[in-house]
Each structure stands twice: as C-alpha cells, then as structure tokens.
Design a protein around this ligand. Structure first.
Ligand code: NAD
Length: 291
C-alpha cells in the first residue's frame, strides 16, 4: 500500500545519515546519558531501544539507573554532575518519573544545552517564539520530518492535533504553525474538554492522534483524502496498536502511519539527530540549524 508512511524506513535513512556525519566529524563522538528511575517495563524497553540506536550510529550512551525510592535531591545532583561533565552532550530523563518527584523541577534543572529531549522551558520557549537553535522535542520533530520526507504539503492545510500534552500535542502545534518550511498550517488542538470533535476532525486535512486511547480515531472522524498520523502506542495481547482504528481509517486516508513502524522509530531518529547537533555545537563545528 503506497499510502503507508513507512516510519521505520525513513528512520533507517536518518540513522545512516547520522552515522555518516559522526564518522565525518571524528573526534570523541557524541555521548548521551540516560537517567532511568524505577522499574517501569515500558520505560526500560524505550531506553533499551534508544541505547541500541545510539550504538549502531556511533553515539556513546551512558545509563544511570535508580530505584523508585530515589530522592528528588539525588536525581537533581546527578543532573548537575552531568551538566558539568564536558564529555556528555545530551542528558535524557526517561519519563514518567515516580509521582513524588516533581517532573517540572527536574526538567528545569537540565542544562538547556544538553536537553536533547527539548523539554526544558528555555527550549520550549524558543520553539514557541520561533527562535532557531533550541532543541525541539523528538516526537513532534519526527512527525514533521515524516511529513516533509513524504512530500506531504503542510502549508495552508488544516491540521488537527488530538491531545495537548507537553511532549507531543503542544510542541507539535507550535511546530506546524511556524512561519517556515514544514509549518504554516492552520492548527487546531483538541483535548479532553473539546466538543463536537468528530465534526472538527472531518474538516482536517492532516489529523494527528496523540490521545493515548486505543482505536480512538474512527472512520466517521476522517475526511476522504486526509493524512492521518498515529502517535499512540498500546500494548495488548494482539500486539502493538495505536490511537487510530487503522483498518477502518486506512481506506479513507491519502497517507497513514502504521503502529508499530510509524512515529515511534522517528522519535528515536530525532533523538540521535538532536544529540549529534549538541555534539557539533560542543566541538565548535558549524551547527546545522535545519536539524
Ligand atoms: P497524555 O496522556 O499526556 O495526553 C493525552 C491527551 O489526550 C491529553 O491532552 C488529553 O486532553 C487528550 N484526550 C484525552 N481524552 C480525550 C478525548 N476524549 N478527546 C480529545 N482529547 C482527549 O499522552 P501523550 O504523552 O501525549 O501520549 C499520547 C499517546 O502517544 C500515548 O499512547 C503514548 O504512549 C504515545 N506516545 C508515543 C510516542 C512515540 O514515539 N510514538 C511518543 C510519546 C507518546
């Protein structure tokens, strides 16, 4: 099905681009530190996948694991230590954190110049203001890259994002409305208090589902010819699926991402790109601001 947007293949191309670029630059190579608190199996598996991708592209990864009883001040101390370590280019705190740790305080403690996940308020602020040079969160960045590399027109289109989280919905809205290539969309953000969602959705040229509810987007919500991007990840006895009822929606869509193999691999690919960008800045090689 040529309407299928193959995130796995696009991500593999990006991995190879990153690998070649790291080889070309030389030097010590980029390094990325993962901080993993507790024993959430999904978080452990995401970190494993990210570390594997680092190893394949020439990024050194450092894993710091902590028990779920870790005190917030000890996590803050580790973040401070990594901020001062000149051999570390990126620091990623795997979310979610245990409920007694204040996620906002942790994000604010990161060095914005090593914040390759783009969640520090300075980086989120730069994205909102359209200032180049900050780090952009990996999932929204990966979605824009998927659209651009699939030659999907974004400018002037009505993009509906279902979900307003800090890691997907909000930064994606800012990205798609930016006045630059890959932006200029008319963006609507829907959330749990939105009314008449089906009718709003039927007017969308580009529908991005980041709801966290299995099969939430059904055929009744999709305009014929719309582009449908599924961010959701749900593990069930039948395997992994997304927020979109793929079988019902795919016949209507002009393009659609599968789950797995759509947005997920792009999130990892963008993490590699952001880490490379940080390394380039650190070793004073001209940064590629288009990243
Ligand atoms: P979240 O739980 O933080 O946010 C969900 C959003 O959906 C909220 O803003 C909420 O207002 C909205 N929502 C809930 N019910 C709704 C309804 N009935 N109508 C409209 N909006 C509704 O989730 P998140 O962290 O943004 O993640 C969303 C999904 O994407 C999850 O399945 C998550 O696992 C997945 N995810 C995937 C990747 C990836 O790389 N593919 C990355 C991040 C998150």
């Amino acid at each position: 099905m040529n309407k299928l947007i193959d995130g796995k293949a696009i991500a593999a191309t990006i991995h190879e681009e990153v690998r070649q670029e790291i080889k070309r630059i030389g030097g010590r190579g980029p390094s990325l530190a993962f901080l993993l608190v507790g024993d959430n199996p999904a978080s452990e598996s995401y970190v494993r996948a990210k570390k594997r991708a680092c190893a394949l592209t020439g990024i050194t990864s450092i894993l710091r694991t902590f028990p779920s009883s870790l005190k917030e001040m000890d996590l803050l101390a580790e973040i401070e230590r990594l901020a001062c370590d000149p051999s570390v280019d990126g620091v990623l705190v795997q979310l979610p954190l245990p409920p007694y740790i204040d996620e906002t305080r942790i994000m604010c403690a990161l060095d914005p110049e090593k914040d390759v996940d783009g969640f520090h308020p300075l980086n989120m602020g730069k994205l909102m203001r359209g200032i180049e040079g900050g780090f952009i969160p990996c999932t929204p960045l990966g979605i824009r890259e998927l659209l651009l590399r699939s030659n999907i027109e974004i400018s002037g289109k009505h993009a509906l994002i279902i979900g307003r989280s800090n890691i997907v919905g909000k930064p994606l809205a800012a990205l798609l409305m930016q006045k630059r290539e890959g932006g200029n969309a008319t963006v609507t953000v829907a959330h749990s208090h939105s009314q008449n969602l089906s009718s709003i959705a039927r007017s969308a040229d580009l529908l991005i589902a980041a709801v966290g509810k299995k099969g939430f987007v059904t055929a009744e919500m999709v305009k014929k010819g719309a582009v449908v991007i599924d961010v959701g990840i749900h593990h069930s006895s039948e395997g992994i699926c997304g927020d979109v009822d793929f079988a019902g929606v795919a016949p209507l869509a002009s393009h659609i991402t599968p789950v797995p193999g759509g947005v997920g691999p792009m999130t990892i690919a963008m993490l590699l790109k952001n880490t490379l960008l940080s390394y380039k800045r650190r070793v004073m090689i001209h940064p590629d601001e288009k990243t």
